[in-house]
Design a protein around this ligand. Sequence first.
Ligand code: GTP
Ligand code: MG
Length: 140
Amino acid sequence: TERTLVLVKPDGVKRGLIGQVLARIEAKGYEIEKLQLVRATKEQLAEHYAEHAGKPFYQPLVDFMASGPIAAVVATGDGVITGFRSLAGATDPTTAAPGTIRGDLGRDWGTAVQQNIVHGSDSTESAKREIAIWFPADEG
Ligand code: GTP
Ligand code: MG
């Protein structure tokens, strides 16, 4: 069965939204296979966001992701990679569609990086790579 990595980012944890994110994943019919509250290391964030290195929002993004605990989740189910991205909504919470996690629960807080509550892997390759970053003991 397909697996994806979901992160409830520090803004989501601080605002008490872990339960709502998990509830939406479960209500959609996916399963929570792994769940852990973690503090991201610099190494984890450098690997996780390697594709964004050099972009103007990279350093604010990494600083934000290190600003508090993160809930790391492996969710499973056929189509879960695309399905969770659909539940999450567009990257920018201001314009993310209502009905989505970012559209319903997110907004612009005037920060240098978009605080958008969740991360979801964008492909099977990303999911495999990212699950290994956040659950290093996992054999896949
Ligand atoms: P993730 O699921 O977190 O990876 O979001 P995404 O796939 O919708 O976005 P992407 O991977 O392109 O960017 C990663 C994160 O960087 C986003 O979730 C935002 O927090 C931040 N980000 C991306 N693009 C921008 C941007 O244009 N401006 C700002 N300020 N932040 C951005
Ligand atoms: Mg992304």
